[in-house]
Every structure is written in structure tokens, then in C-alpha cells.
Design a protein around this ligand. Sequence first.
Ligand code: GZL
Length: 325
Amino acid sequence: MPRNIRGLTLGLTLLTSALPAIAFAQGLPPLEQKDSYRVGFAQTESNNPWRIAETQSMRDVADECGWELVYTDAAGSAAKQVADVNSMIAQGVDAIFLAPREETPLIPAVMNAKEAGIPVFLIDRNVNQSVAQAGEDYVTFIGSDFIDQGRRAAEWLVAETGGEATIIELEGTTGSSPANDRKKGFDDVIAEHPGMEIVASQSGDFSRDQGREVMATLLQAHPDVTAVYAHNDEMAIGAIAALEAAGRTPGEDVTIVSIDGTRDALQAIIDGKLGATVQSSPFFGPISCETMQRYAAGEEIEPWVKIEDMFFDASNAAEHIDEAY
Ligand code: GZL
């Protein structure tokens, strides 16, 4: 066999023998260490203080983290968020941070990024993990434990009402991981208490106005309501407005518990209208920067970078309102 052919054959043999090992070790697209990156952040919408605070937190770290941020806002549409991610892929960004508006529709976008060799970091919301997995299809999920948030809200409500309540539940965005898991965590605890009954549960899409409208409608059907569980503070504040418009006295004849820890919620606790809120921090910038740097340095990232959340009630709302968003 001529020398040049033998050398070529040897080279191909070495390369192909190494490929499976490389591919196996890196089911995920790699990310080289460099001084600056083009980073996509695909936001779901900007319809409430939480989402606005999250976006600002990502923008605030961009300079120090060496990011040229490519930002998109899906305006509440999962289909547009898919298109937004596909656009980032076409632009050839180095990495993508994605808050999947709903658990399943965003999976094709995650897979497209993987195919294109772009690592995806999920922040704030997760995808359907029976279809796509951290460490395989995306680097990791950086976010709170939504089931635990729902559990903590329920446990507070059980204690506050002595285990006797007729409950209306205002759910978050249909199909989103926080709505699914906050419902599971809360409902499972309530099911353990015979004196606690959820008489209605409907989505207000994490929106103050929709929370008010849904609460007004459900209140007509369930005038005997004595407690409200809202998957976020915005809907809780909407519910307070609906209850007051109907002549009820939130904090006295209706006990309300929610999740997030916004400034308006802490003020409502101080005013005696909201009972408690489980924090769900929107400040993803620093942890996102740190996680991406760890990944670029070759560290194996845990499948869930869990955010620890505080709990706010009448005992500490005034102490923390100045740092709220
Ligand atoms: C939670 C986040 C939720 C907030 C809402 O991580 O996805 O979306 O609880 C926001 O306020 O709209």
C-alpha cells in the first residue's frame, strides 16, 4: 500500500476511534473559554414585575460576564418563543438562556440548539423532563423548587385557618412548569386535610388583570370562599381587588397566600390584606453567569441548580420590602 494512503488510513482510524469517546463524554455542545460571548436570552413576556426584574438581572450582569446579550421577548406566545430561539441559532450565538414559557412546545427549540452545537441553559422554568433531559439535551435547569413552594404555601394556609377552609386556586400560565408544580405541591398537602376543600381552580396566566377577572367570576359561583391560593403575587393582588369590589375584607373574612415576593405583595402583607408569600427569586443574572463560566471551564454541571427561596409574612415583610422588586 503506497505510504500516503497508509498514513491517511492510520489517521482516519485514530480519528474514528476517538470520536465515540468524545461524543459520549459530551452529549452536550461544548463551550470554549473566551473573554466575550454572544449570549441569547429568550424571555417569555414582560407582563409583570417578576419578568421585568428577571430581564433586568440578566442585563445587569452582561458587561461583567463578557456577554453581548441577544434579547427577545415572546410577548406571551410559546410559538414566538420557539421562533426567537431559532433566530438566535441562525445568528450563531455561543450559548442560549431560555425560560420556556410552557413545558412541551419549547422542546423542539432546545433540540435545534443542540443540533446546531449551541449549549442551552434553562432558567426560571423547565421543560417536560420525560422528553428532554438536563446533561443530555440542555446543560441544566437553574430555578426554584416549585413543588416545595406550593407545599409551603399550603402548610401556612393549614396552620393559619386551623385546617378549615373553602379554597379558590388561581393557577399560573397553563402548561408552564411553575403552574404545574405549584399546583401539585399545594393540592397534595391540602388533600391530607379533610377540612380544607379546593372548590375551584382556574388559570389567571400569572397576570394581575386576569387574576382579578377570574376571581370575580369564581366568587359569584363560590360566595362561601374563605381562602385564596394564587400561584403568583400579581394574581393575588388582582384577587384582592375583586374581593374588595364585592364587599369582602381580604385578610379578615378571606385568607390569601401566594408566591413570588414582589414589592406590592409585601406591601399587601403589611396592609393586612395578603397573609403570606413564598419567595420565587427573579434575580437569575449572577447565577446564570457563574453557571456558564463553570461549564466553559469544563466542570460537569448538576442537572438542577436549585435556587433557595425565603418566606414572607407579617413577621418580616416590612424588614424586606426595600430589597423587593
Ligand atoms: C417563576 C416564574 C413565574 C413567576 C411569575 O420562576 O416563571 O412567572 O412566579 C412569572 O410571576 O410570570
